[in-house]
Design a binder for this molecule. Structure first.
Ligand code: PLP
Length: 401
């Protein structure tokens, strides 16, 4: 008996599987050289932020705001920043937003935690569409909710809408949608979002309370040719957008994002207040000041995403030719690869012996699959392909002619 919360001690010891593999990769890099470790474990963007990020920082540091830039802002984010972001979102998505609709956060992780905390009353459930980002389970439970998992259609990694309709019940407070999706790269098309919205509207009417669509969108702009990402608030009034600049601007370590609650969201005023309350309880007094300004200046821009398109094409094409099963991602820099043996952990361990690093997708609620994060250099992808081929031969996969 340590006198400490056992659940937290356990969680701290059981590290996130991607970080575990990443640590192993760093150790191996010291032994065999970084160029010989092909690490596809973590969603850490490999491309530099757009030039405007550093330009903005230089301008601020050389300008009249330099002395105050490191100070506290309003808890919900600097007023001028929220005004600039609201104007940018209004321009980009064709719906009117105001500064009061935005709450700046320490990345999408904090946005999600604040939203779950703001919404969850005892007994409330949050529906998660598998496969999903490993931390959802932690964020929901840690903030007082109960996750309810809906399996996907495994041929496409699109949501199984009949299963979703069954899972939404009288205790459902929210449904989390993450499209483009980590770990599958799937994008849910407009018809699917329309159907999800229809199901939720029916359930709201049946149960007589709001059911929020929580749209987690850190990959909104990382979209491959031929795909588009619908703007969810245009389909469903009770949508809460959680956004992060971590991936689009290649700024994951700087921790900046926002929550957007449009004017049509049910119980908006109280919900916004609850988000502010959740931010206080969780200790997120204000999002990083300097990067709030960067977000305002760079909203809608992206790093040069071409390398992700090249990597996706090389990997998807190459792996399929070798006989692997993978579903083409429409966005993000992830893909799911079906393990050639039922135990994906064992397959990942075998790959690790070749210094080819990627995690099993079990913790993404997708057992039997592995997640490849191809936000690496294209050189790393090219070096990895012969190792994937070696594994394909070992496992007796039939190469496509
Ligand atoms: N949501 C998804 C789907 C993610 O993939 C990630 C990070 O990888 C996050 C949220 C957390 O993002 P952030 O770095 O902005 O906290």
């Amino acid at each position: 008996m340590s006198g400490l919360p056992e659940g937290l001690v356990r969680m701290g010891r059981h590290r996130n599987v991607m970080r575990e593999i990443r640590e192993h990769g760093l150790l191996r890099a010291k032994e065999v050289g970084a160029e010989n470790v092909l690490d596809f474990s973590l969603g850490n963007p490999s491309v530099a932020p757009p030039a405007q990020v550093d330009d903005t920082i230089r301008e601020i540091l050389a300008g009249p705001e330099a002395a105050s830039i490191h100070g506290y802002t309003s808890a919900q984010g600097d007023q001028a920043v929220r005004e600039a972001l609201a104007a940018s979102l209004t321009r980009r998505f064709g719906m009117a937003y105001r500064a009061e609709d935005l709450y700046l956060t320490v990345g999408a992780a904090a946005a999600l935690c604040c939203v779950f905390r703001a919404l969850a009353c005892p007994g409330d459930e949050f529906v998660l569409l598998a496969p999903y980002f490993t931390e959802y389970d932690v964020f929901v439970r840690g903030n007082g909710g109960t996750p309810v998992v809906v399996p996907p259609d495994y041929e496409t990694f699109q949501p199984d809408l009949a299963a979703l309709a069954k899972a939404v019940g009288p205790h459902t407070k929210g449904v989390v949608v993450n499209s483009p999706n980590n770990p599958s790269g799937a994008i849910y098309p407009a018809e699917t979002i329309e159907k999800i919205a229809g199901i939720l509207r029916e359930k709201e009417a049946e149960y007589g309370h709001p059911i929020y669509l929580i749209s987690d969108e850190p990959y909104r702009e990382i979209v491959f040719r031929g795909y588009t990402v619908p703007w969810l608030p245009a389909f469903y009034d009770d949508t809460i957008v959680c956004y992060s600049y971590s991936k689009s601007l290649s700024l994951p370590g700087e921790r900046i994002g926002y929550i957007l609650l449009g004017e049509k969201v049910a119980e908006r005023e109280d919900l916004y207040a609850a988000v502010c309350g959740a931010g206080r309880v969780l200790g997120y007094v204000n999002a990083p000041s300097l990067f709030q300004r960067v977000a305002a200046a760079c909203d809608g821009l992206t790093a040069d995403l071409e390398v992700y398109q090249t990597n996706r094409d090389l990997l998807c094409g190459g792996l399929r030719e070798m006989g692997y099963t993978c579903v083409e991602p429409g966005g993000t820099f992830y893909l799911l690869l079906k393990s050639p043996e039922p135990d994906a952990k064992a397959f990942c361990r075998r790959a690790q012996e070749l210094d080819l690093l990627f995690p099993p997708a079990d913790d993404f609620a997708c057992p039997g699959w592995c997640r490849i994060a191809f936000c690496t250099s294209t050189e790393t992808v090219r070096k990895a392909l012969p190792l994937f081929k070696k594994l394909a031969e070992e496992y007796g996969l039939e190469a496509k002619a």
